[in-house]
Design a binder for this molecule. Structure first.
Ligand SMILES: [Zn+2]
Length: 291
């Protein structure tokens, strides 16, 4: 919705009535949004374009790796936009940010590759780890709008700011969540970033459906059964060697077999389950135009 610039002055008696009606309308819209369900289930989509925004080059796999694998199996085009280079998260005293960024890029390519996402479908936005919140916001949202208008996804996946840990303790997660949804809105309207149309031919675009991974358990309203790719998801995560011990503390590019097996079991034990099946949970929403 564009900003309303008109002002209507109501008498005090009408103002209260107007406020009550407006509150009721908001409540109805909210309920309608929560109650919405997709026409086609996410995991049943074929030959569509899916755009995933992830704060770091591993959250896409932790939060939605099984779903991404299923989408790739069904011949959808999956594109992953990665906000940051993840160049800070190592305790190895001999690690440098530059080297870590290169390692994390290779690991993400291997990890997503196992899920079926081509290396060419990874978009590296290039922000430094932990610094997304301090990036120039008009530039950040414009870049994100450009990606949305260029890829023109049928479905967009992004991190959810709703979960307690994401909201309070993960700066890049917070920023990626809010920035992505701001960009989804801006991508719809021609008057946001008109240069994108004039200079790059990127016309406005409305994202029809949105799924947010890492939702708060209270707000999750959609679950994908990832049983067919449960093993593959763990193998994909284990490609991100430097995210786990022992390589996090003292980098090595490989695993010893025992640690690999133990870590895989640990990861699989942590996977959320529903009705006896391993699942990935999401908060589903449709485009703002549908509300
Ligand atoms: Zn992260």
């Amino acid at each position: 919705m564009t900003t309303c610039t008109s002002r209507i002055t109501l008498p005090p008696s009408r103002r209260l009535l107007w406020q009550i009606l407006r509150s009721a309308a908001y409540l109805c819209l909210t309920v309608a949004c929560v109650a919405q369900t997709p026409k086609t289930r996410l995991e049943d989509l074929h030959d569509k374009t899916i755009l995933v925004f992830t704060p770091h080059p591993d959250d896409d796999v932790f939060g939605a790796g099984g779903t991404i694998a299923l989408l790739n199996r069904h011949h959808n085009k999956v594109v992953i936009a990665i906000y940051t280079n993840d160049d800070k998260g190592s305790s190895d005293p001999e690690m440098s940010s530059q080297r870590l960024a290169a390692i994390r890029k290779q690991e993400e390519e291997a990890s997503e590759g196992l899920l079926g996402t081509a290396k060419e479908n990874l978009i590296w936005m290039g922000y430094d780890d932990g610094m997304l919140e301090y990036a120039a916001q008009p530039k950040l949202v414009e870049e994100t709008v450009a990606i949305i208008r260029q890829i023109r996804p049928d479905v967009l996946l992004s991190v959810d700011p709703g979960e307690w840990y994401e909201r309070w303790h993960k700066t890049d997660h917070r920023m990626a969540a809010f920035n992505t949804i701001d960009a989804v809105r801006a991508a719809q309207f021609r008057l946001y970033f008109p240069n994108l149309l004039l200079e790059r031919g990127l016309a406005p675009y409305t994202v029809p459906e949105l799924y947010f991974f890492y939702p708060s358990p209270q707000e999750a309203n959609y679950w994908v059964n990832i049983e067919p790719v449960f093993d593959l998801k763990a193998d994909s995560l284990l490609k991100q060697v430097s995210q786990f011990e022992p390589a996090e503390a003292k980098y090595r590019p490989d695993w010893d077999p025992d640690t690999w097996q133990k870590t895989k079991k640990g990861l699989q034990a942590l996977q959320e389950t529903k009705d006896g099946h391993p699942v990935e949970s999401f908060r589903y929403a449709t485009s703002f135009n549908d509300r």
